[in-house]
Design a protein around this ligand. Structure first.
Ligand code: SF4
Length: 347
């Protein structure tokens, strides 16, 4: 079974940039980017990132703002900060070499059990199991596990298998690839599956019932009141705190609340005095745990303090996609016309 799966992978595995040239550094970057993000979104960002920071030393020496700027569009910016810290630790404590063992890899910020096993097995050939959602589903179907599978069960099962593989990294990647391409959650392609004859779920025609559907996580509802404040062709920016979502990224001044606020309350909570405050649009932004309603305002101000930038000069700053949408309402912003029509549609 293991050999058949690996042979299938050698023919059908996707040609991905981090597979073309394998180094510990490129694997570390790829693993950080692929957490909670689809491969199609990662592809262009990965290429640009490793072009800008081609080595772990280049990344370690970079300014955090540049690293965050290169992460734009991927979301979950905490990963970029962890990756940056990991690069510094690798240079300072591991002589610039990505550690080869799971134990050492897990000392790096942001590197969990799965990413550590991926690097140790794929780059260094260690027989370490790795389990993500895809692998867990494939294993549950192979064994026809009707109920929910525990973490321990899946990791133990994967460990037994990877230790029997002559090429542990190839086996791990093949197992993940099978889950991503063939043994998909809703429509498994059992007719094309290289391990169908070993699969108990398929033999029992139970593949669509395994694993049982999960309950969606409860999302917290929050309201962000973002105000594009203009003075003489410039907009006021603020930097988020080091804690929580979008930490240390730039944004239009934003008042967060658990309910919609009245315009006068938004105005009173802003860091500078404003006039002509106007509600312009609202839109929804979802993260895994939050549903955020953005209430977008524009206003004018005569204040001097704070960080003021011309809209055309903010492209290189680390700013979340949601806040880019907000800031597109600034006059003469590069996407102003587009945002204006979006505002009309969303208001
Ligand atoms: S036979 Fe079907 S259910 Fe079983 S591993 Fe293959 S694709 Fe998945």
């Amino acid at each position: 079974m293991i050999r058949g799966l690996c042979e299938w992978f050698s023919v059908h595995g996707r040609d991905l940039p981090w597979r073309r040239r394998r180094t510990g550094y490129r694997a570390l970057v790829a693993e950080a980017m692929l957490q909670q993000t689809q491969v199609s979104r990662v592809l262009p960002r990965f290429k640009a990132f490793v072009k800008r920071f081609p080595t772990v030393r280049a990344l370690a020496a970079a300014d955090e703002q540049d690293v965050l700027a290169m992460w734009q569009g991927l979301g979950y910016y905490r990963r970029a900060q962890h990756l940056h810290s990991a690069a510094r630790m690798i240079v300072e404590q591991f002589g610039g070499r990505i550690p080869p063992t799971v134990k050492r890899l897990r000392q790096l910020p942001g590197v969990g059990r799965y990413s550590a096993a991926a690097i140790a097995s794929i780059i260094y050939g260690k027989p370490e199991p790795m389990v993500d959602g895809n692998v867990r589903r494939v294993l549950a179907r192979w064994e026809a596990r009707a109920g929910a599978t525990s973490d321990d069960w899946a990791w133990e099962r994967a460990a037994v298998l990877v230790r029997s593989a002559s090429a542990p990294g190839t086996f791990n990647e093949a197992l993940m690839e099978l889950g991503a391409l063939i043994c998909t959650p809703k429509t498994p392609q059992c007719q094309q599956c290289p391990v169908a004859r070993h699969c108990k779920a398929y033999q029992r025609n139970a593949q669509h019932r395994i694993p049982p559907p999960k309950k969606a996580p409860r999302q917290k509802l929050v309201h962000h009141h973002a105000v594009v404040i203009v003075r003489g062709g410039k907009v006021l920016l603020e930097r988020r705190s080091s804690n929580g979502m979008w930490s240390r990224m730039w944004q239009a001044p934003t008042i967060e609340a658990d309910k919609p606020l009245r315009p006068e309350d938004v105005k009173a909570a802003l860091p500078v005095r404003v006039y002509q405050l106007m509600k312009r649009a609202h839109f929804e932004h979802q993260t895994t745990h939050r549903r955020i309603t953005f209430h977008v305002y524009t206003a004018k101000s005569r204040a001097r303090r704070g960080v003021w930038r011309r809209p055309e000069d903010i492209a290189d700053l680390p700013i979340s996609n949601a806040q880019r949408r907000v800031l597109a309402l600034a006059p003469s912003a590069p996407h102003h016309a587009e945002a204006g029509s979006a505002a009309g549609a969303l208001s």
